[in-house]
Design a protein around this ligand. Sequence first.
Ligand code: MGD
Ligand code: MGD
Ligand code: MO
Length: 778
Amino acid sequence: MSNHNQADKTPTPRYKPYKGAAGGWGALISVTQAWLTSDNALKNIRTMLKTNQNGGFDCPGCAWGDSPESGMVKFCENGAKAVNWEATKRRVDAAFFAKHSVTSLLEQSDYWLEYQGRLTEPMVYDATTDHYQPISWDNAFKLVGRHLTGLTTPDQAEFYTSGRASNEAAYLYQLFVRAYGTNNFPDCSNMCHEASGVALSQSVGVGKGTVTFDDFEHADAIFVWGQNPGTNHPRMLEPLREAVQRGAQVVCINPLKERGLERFQHPQHPIEMLTNGDRPTNTAYFRPGLGGDMAMMRGMAKFLLQWERDAQTSQAPAVFDHDFLNEHTGGVLDYLAAVDDTPWEQIVEQSGLPLAEIELAARMYLKAENVIMCWAMGITQHRHSVATIQEIANLMLLRGNIGRPGAGLCPVRGHSNVQGDRTMGINERPPAFLLDALEKRFQFKVPRSNGHNVVEAIHAMLDGRAKVFIGLGGNFAQATPDSPRTAEALRNCELTVQISTKLNRSHLMHGKDALILPCLGRTDIDLQAEGPQAVTVEDSFSMVHASNGQLQPLSREMRSEPAIIAGIAAATLGTHPVDWNWLIADYRRIRDLIADTLPGFKDFNLRLENPGGFYLGNSAAERRWNTASTRANFKANTLPMDLIHENVRATGQVPDLIMQSLRSHDQYNTTIYGLDDRYRGVRGQREVLFANEADIIRLGFQPGQKADLIAIWDDGRERRVNGFTLLAFDIPAGQAAAYYPEVNPLVPLESVGTGSHTPTSKFVAIRLERSAVSNRIV
Ligand SMILES: Nc1nc2c(c(=O)[nH]1)N[C@H]1C(S)=C(S)[C@@H](COP(=O)(O)OP(=O)(O)OC[C@H]3O[C@@H](n4cnc5c(=O)[nH]c(N)nc54)[C@H](O)[C@@H]3O)O[C@H]1N2
Ligand SMILES: Nc1nc2c(c(=O)[nH]1)N[C@H]1C(S)=C(S)[C@@H](COP(=O)(O)OP(=O)(O)OC[C@H]3O[C@@H](n4cnc5c(=O)[nH]c(N)nc54)[C@H](O)[C@@H]3O)O[C@H]1N2
Ligand SMILES: [Mo]
């Protein structure tokens, strides 16, 4: 079995609802299967035991923080798969590329491409043969340097980052790019939690969550909005389950009944495993319409306001925290006027919830002394995401639920170091304090104008304003919306460079010149001139800690991300403004620069010695408000009149369904580990559309039939994917769900969040047509 290439097998598609709890035996069976198919089973089990331990490496899975208790084995099914995927023995080397042309690789699935193994040597594209061939590191760096120095302006280059890059890599990258002369930093957060950063900066003066791990133990209610932790943040199920056990409310708001949010069995808890027992992870479950959360929150605020007024007349205890409102906030009267002005009919219609349910949610919020609100992509990938997140902040401010133990805001981040990358300055709209600090420390003129985010970068490459694309990790071609246009954008470039661990579609949709630069991952030992190096990361709770790779790299030709960035920087800028090669000999030198220029990192190297790392701090958590008003701001946003975009309405078509795109249980973003989605009962297939049985029949289909999906958008372009199997699913009427990235061709590049520019991947108006052919973009 171990030598067999699983990716060559065609599994039989199956669909049968899952009965078990999340976690538990199912998770262990799944992990064991992944281990056995990795060709590296024993080593990986040892590797797992080093995950998230002091002296071990940070799990490349997600950004959920760890309990500060030591000695616990802290890994989950998700992390096990991520580690296993990285720690494979299989190689994608010169022989592999000699065998496969780029055109032939384009025929393969994303699953097959990544399954081939780790990239082990630098490769350059040869147009005459249509093959990648080996190139020396020196020549690769020179090629990049030549392209970059040859551009008319530095703004013609785009520097993408995916959120796995370490703090050291990210800091060096932004320093190089700014010294080169641009702020073009499209990054994965532009498609992820951007709306959280934008909204919270305006509301409470800091774009990060205000809670830490401990707060979960003291919360009386935890609201989980638009998130599927059973699959995407499994370690979060434990605090949720514990909260339920000690009598706290866990309130889930999700149109889908996600299994992890219903019941959870702890895979490391012997008694539960032996008895096959499981514990609930929620006490209430609300299922709003897609994009209906803000309406629900506004309804909750309207109830609170009504009860506050009742309390005033009857001289009962106040509902609002008046001391907090007076001392710390601004704009509450305007906000309450907006609440008064929002009609109940609009709230009920848009939320998709009966009034009684909104009232129940408001009561649960009111009854809890300390409330935490968590959210993820179900909230951030909408047109009105910034307003929705500000409504979360509004609700929390009304009762002083920010800046005290057991209460606060918790945007649950995705990639393991996406938050750290932002802290390090990966930001196309950099704050002035960062630029000032860089200018002062390094004595060069820092570019001051805003750079491109992901969507702007695609437009710039499409119309020729950008000519060079460099990707520090990630899979730009697949993660972005409007896939055929992104492919065209990348192919329009003079040079594309992908710094990657694994082969993916972004290597195949390349510019005229193209490089694949193989890098070390979190699990690999990173040996530099002065010895093995640790890197650092920051989790969702602003804890910074070290990560030490444990495994011997597969090849000497793989380099660390900092070393690759240093190589490119030296070939482009020489030793301006720093001696790049001296810096990477010992990463403590990079950390000293971070300590010199970024707030919160004083004595960085010293504080890293503290087991578990250190807390970066959060001004809002201390009730210091870094806003222009120096107060926490209520934001009186208007509830959108109609969630259907005017560009959809302009077509005159009524959408058959509104579709969200989401993750299966067997994927990490564009990395597809397998074709199953255990908790949703799907096996051996990904090209499926979850829809309500009544809708399937209303639209003239039968469950199990195939349909083509066509996006509705008034710009003369056809956006379609073909041959999706219709699965009758427990989903509210009028809604549908399908897997990302397969449906990215349906997300219009122009359909973005107001103020966040994030593609609206959770709200796509579609219609269905009969037919069935392959839909891979080549
Ligand atoms: N195993 C695994 N772990 C991961 C990832 C992965 O791909 N695989 N990705 C990582 C990354 S980068 C991220 S950002 C996170 C993503 O973590 P999640 O945000 O949990 O990811 P999604 O699968 O996009 O799930 C979105 C959830 O929101 C719900 N939803 C959709 N629209 C709405 C809405 O309008 N309102 C409400 N209330 N709910 C809605 C969906 O039903 C679904 O349950 O996970 C991280 N961790
Ligand atoms: N329709 C739709 N689109 C979405 C989303 C959605 O929910 N729906 N979610 C969005 C979100 S939340 C995100 S975060 C983005 C994700 O976008 P990206 O971050 O660009 O995508 P990933 O799939 O995480 O990138 C996987 C690739 O990263 C490389 N890689 C893995 N580990 C490392 C490493 O340690 N170093 C380096 N250099 N490379 C590495 C491997 O080559 C792998 O193929 O996608 C977004 N796109
Ligand atoms: Mo993400």
